[in-house]
Design a protein. Structure first.
Length: 457
């Protein structure tokens, strides 16, 4: 179907005075005595196209004016009556698909919660249209950032037999019939597809390290799966994970990279999605644009875990979970630190080793590891990061202390035998990043079909 994107019709000066054909969905209809107006959206641009219909010259099928109907319009591109954009003087309006009045996306604003119940239709609203345009632009910018900095994009397996200890509960992958009866767990898995217990990967990190030991700089960008049993606004069972892994990099190096990348992504969104960011700034998070501009141009804070604990202990707020050195930070602490104390993104560094994963580099104090989480206002953690333990003996000792099955990690340990180097990496939750730049408060509203406990619609 030959037609022009509404984006081009609105923005390209050379189309002024030309005849074009556009296709789209009717978003509003207004009728006055001599003319009527259709606003059309085709998803290529945030602003919609106003189509002006001269009622004397053109008899338009009433079905073409119904909210949600899809139409094809041919007409002349003219300067808009208001503003400096373009509009279309219709010569021909053809109905493509009619839309009955029980169309659930009506003109008046509905709640995000209501829209969650119609994931197949909610993308046609302004809010979701803008969210997913930003999401796409941000994803492109991720690849561009790494490509420009000579990182290689690798694809790690999604089905795995190792569970990247500590990252979360794994979903099982099986072909066994539901009524299989076996004497033991081992026998059960022996009869399964892979002959061992398998699951969906919670992280590509361990395989990412393998690649970093050959290419120096790699990244992954794909889904991770976690059977999170908690119902929070920032956890999904299936989320998109960006995991760079960098050889010859220590903790301060990887912190610099993480900060540089986040700023690059924010700048890309500000530059490429100005209409969307203005919309979010007005209707979703007041001050969002100023926040992003500030974050893109100022330093992130760095705060040692031990200092953070004393900040919490001196704070004159009552936390639901009291803090002591050694405890894991709850969302309330993360938010206090980044929203109240620093009022900007903050890297919390050097966590107690007991609350972090086996692979993190042990600090000389014997108590902490070279790990950092990046916390941002409004969400809390968006990046989990660490220097990896490159010393064979220390890594082995940490695994034994956690009663891990050493034989399952032979390849991972091999990396510490054959030319081991200091290296570091991080995991950025892409969906959480999209929340941060759009101001959307629930992770369910930045993914197409969110998967969470009891929800796979
Ligand atoms: P949290 O404490 O918030 O559960 P985590 O410590 O489990 O996070 P990591 O294992 O470090 O997170 O994963 C790296 C990043 O992946 C996180 O900082 C976050 O942005 C993202 N992430 C982790 N789990 C989820 C999830 N269930 N849904 C969406 N994003 C997630
Ligand atoms: Mn988690």
């Amino acid at each position: 179907m030959k037609h022009t994107d509404i984006f081009d019709v609105l923005k390209k000066p050379e189309l002024l005075g030309q005849e074009v054909t556009v296709c789209g969905w009717v978003r509003t209809f207004r009728d006055s005595s001599a003319v009527c107006f259709l606003e059309l959206a085709d998803g290529t641009s945030f602003p919609r196209l106003q189509v002006v219909i001269d009622k004397k010259a053109l008899d338009v099928d009433a079905e073409c004016t119904k909210l949600g109907a899809s139409v094809k319009v041919t007409g002349e591109v003219v300067k808009a009556f208001k503003g400096d954009g373009h509009e279309l003087n219709a010569k021909e309006v053809t109905l493509l698909g009619k839309c009955p009045p029980d169309y659930p996306i009506q003109k008046k604003r509905t709640t995000l919660e209501f829209l969650r119940g119609i994931p197949h239709l909610r993308l046609r609203t302004n809010t979701f249209n803008a969210v997913f345009r930003v999401r796409s632009v941000a994803a492109q910018a991720v690849h561009r950032y790494f490509h420009e900095h000579r990182y290689y994009y690798i694809q790690t397996p999604l089905i795995t037999a190792s569970d990247c200890e500590g990252a979360g509960e794994m979903f099982r992958v099986t072909t066994q019939p539901y009524n299989a009866k076996y004497e033991s767990e081992a026998e059960y898995y022996k009869n399964d597809f892979f002959g061992v217990k398998a699951g969906l990967s919670v992280s590509g990190q361990l395989e990412g390290e393998v690649a970093a030991m050959a290419f120096s700089k790699i990244y992954t960008f794909g889904p991770s799966f976690r059977a999170e049993n908690s119902n929070t606004t920032r956890h999904l069972a299936e989320f998109w994970h960006i995991e760079p892994e960098v050889a010859f990099a220590e903790l301060p190096d990887i912190i610099e990279i993480a900060e540089d990348m986040i700023k690059y992504l924010i700048r890309a969104v500000l530059e490429e999605c100005p209409d969307e960011i203005n919309f979010f700034d007005s209707f979703v998070e007041k001050g969002l644009k100023a926040k992003l501009e500030h974050v893109a141009t100022s330093d992130f804070a760095i705060c040692d875990y031990t200092d953070a604990i004393s900040i919490f202990q001196k704070a004159d707020v009552k936390f639901q979970y009291p803090v002591d050195w050694g405890c894991d930070l709850q969302t309330e602490h993360e938010k206090y630190l980044t929203e109240v104390v620093f009022k900007r993104p903050v890297f919390v560094t050097n966590y107690p080793k007991e609350i972090k994963s086996f692979y993190m580099k042990q600090n000389p104090d014997g108590k902490t590891v070279a790990a950092t989480d990046l916390l941002v206002p409004g969400i809390g953690e968006i990046i989990g990061c660490s220097e990896r333990e490159a010393d064979y003996d220390k890594l082995l000792a940490a695994m034994k202390a956690r009663n891990m099955d050493i034989s399952a990690y032979k390849q991972y340990l091999d990396l510490r035998i054959f030319g081991s180097v200091p290296h570091s990496g991080f995991g950025l939750g892409f969906d959480r990043f999209v929340m941060y730049v759009t101001g959307m408060e629930n992770i369910r509203d930045v993914v197409l079909f969110p998967r969470t406990v009891n929800n796979i619609m």
